[in-house]
Design a protein around this ligand. Structure first.
Ligand SMILES: NC(=O)CC[C@H](N)C(=O)O
Length: 309
C-alpha cells in the first residue's frame, strides 16, 4: 500500500508546479477574487487519519458541493417523496441550464444541477423561516466537519444575490409548475447562502466521511443517513456530480464526486476515505481543472477507483 501522506504531498507539489490552471469563475463577481495559484488537498480515511497538503487548510467557497449535504438533509426529512420533485438522471446540460424544465413539467433532472438543488432547498425550507432552514444546514455542516467555526461568506452570498438572474429564472419557472412552494426570494436566499459556506479541504473531507462509511460518521459514530441512502447519494454523485462533465470524471477518476464553481471537489472512496481538493481554475464544464487531474492521480496511485477489483 503506498504511503498516503507521501502521495498527497507529492500530488500537491506536482499540481502547484503546473502552468495550466483553468479559468476562475467570475459570473459571481466575488468568486473572481480567488487566488488562481491556490491548490489544496485533504484525504481523511475511515479511521480518521488525515493527510493534508498545500492550501488544504485555507477556506474557500464550497458552492455546489453544498448540494450533497442539502440532498442528504432533504432525504432525511422527506424520504423518497423527494424524488417526486426532482429526478436522478444526468442532464447532459450545463449546471445552470433551463432547457429541460419546459419539456419535463418543471421537474429538474437531478439534485445537483442548479434547478434541482433549488427544488431541494425549497423542500428543506417548507414549514420554516429562511433563517431557520439556513441555520439547520449550517449546523449540519459544522456537525459533520466536527468544527463549529464554519461560517457563511456573506460577501459571496450578497454577490450571487445581486447577479443570480439565471437562478431566479429557474426558480420562477419551477414555481409556475408548483415544484417550488415557497416565495421564490426566500428559497433563493437560502440557496445562495448555503452555496456561500466557506470551508477548508480538511473540513470538507471530514464532512463527507459518512458517505464513505455506509451513512455513519466514523469519527462520531452518528448515523447520518441509512446505508442504502448513502449508496444512492454516491450513485447520483457519480452520474450527475460534475454536470455534463460527469462521464469524463467517472472515466478518469472512477469515484463519486461533486464539484463547485469555487474550484472545490468532494470525492468519496467507499469503505476507504473522503477526499477534498481545491484549485479555483475551472474547465469548460465549470469543474476544477487541476482538482480533477489531482484526483485522477490520487485514485491511480492508491488503487481507489470503484471500478477496480
Ligand atoms: N456549479 C456551481 O457551483 C454553481 C453554484 C452557484 N451558486 C450557482 O448557482 O450558480
Amino acid at each position: 500500500m503506498p504511503d498516503l501522506d507521501r502521495v498527497v504531498r507529492e500530488i500537491a507539489d506536482e499540481m502547484r508546479a503546473r502552468p495550466d490552471r483553468g479559468t476562475v469563475a467570475s459570473y459571481i463577481p466575488e468568486l473572481a477574487r480567488a487566488d488562481a495559484a491556490a491548490f489544496g488537498l485533504a484525504v481523511v480515511d475511515v479511521e480518521g487519519r488525515a493527510a493534508v497538503a498545500g492550501d488544504g487548510d485555507v477556506p474557500f467557497s464550497i458552492q455546489s458541493i453544498s448540494k450533497v449535504f442539502t440532498l442528504t438533509l432533504a432525504l432525511g426529512m422527506a424520504g423518497d417523496r423527494l424524488w417526486r420533485r426532482v429526478g436522478r438522471e444526468p442532464s447532459g446540460s450545463p449546471f445552470n441550464s433551463i432547457v429541460q424544465l419546459e419539456r419535463e413539467a418543471g421537474v429538474p433532472r437531478n439534485p445537483f444541477i442548479n434547478a434541482g438543488a433549488i427544488a431541494v432547498t425549497d423542500l428543506i425550507l417548507s414549514g420554516h423561516q429562511p433563517r431557520e432552514a439556513l441555520g439547520e444546514i449550517l449546523r449540519f455542516m459544522q456537525a459533520l466537519a466536527l468544527d463549529q467555526t464554519i461560517a457563511i461568506d456573506e460577501a459571496v452570498a450578497a454577490s450571487e444575490k445581486r447577479t443570480g438572474f439565471r437562478n431566479a429564472a429557474l426558480a420562477n419557472y419551477m414555481r409556475s409548475f408548483g415544484v417550488i412552494e415557497n416565495p421564490v426570494d426566500y428559497t433563493l436566499g437560502v440557496y445562495f447562502h448555503h452555496c456561500a459556506i466557506a470551508m477548508t479541504c480538511r473540513q470538507l473531507a471530514t464532512a463527507g466521511l459518512f458517505l464513505a462509511h455506509d451513512g455513519r460518521h466514523p469519527l462520531t459514530g452518528h448515523s447520518v443517513i441509512s446505508a442504502e441512502r448513502a449508496r444512492r447519494i454516491n450513485a447520483v454523485m457519480l452520474t450527475c456530480g460534475h454536470y455534463d462533465g460527469s462521464g469524463e470524471f467517472a472515466y478518469r477518476v472512477g469515484l463519486p464526486g461533486k464539484s463547485g464553481v469555487g474550484g472545490g471537489i468532494l470525492a468519496i472512496a467507499p469503505g476507504k476515505a473522503s477526499v477534498a481538493v481545491w484549485s479555483p481554475g475551472l474547465d469548460a464544464a465549470g469543474n476544477s481543472h487541476l482538482g480533477r487531474i489531482a484526483l485522477e492521480s490520487l485514485t491511480k496511485r492508491m488503487g481507489w477507483s470503484i471500478f477496480a477489483a
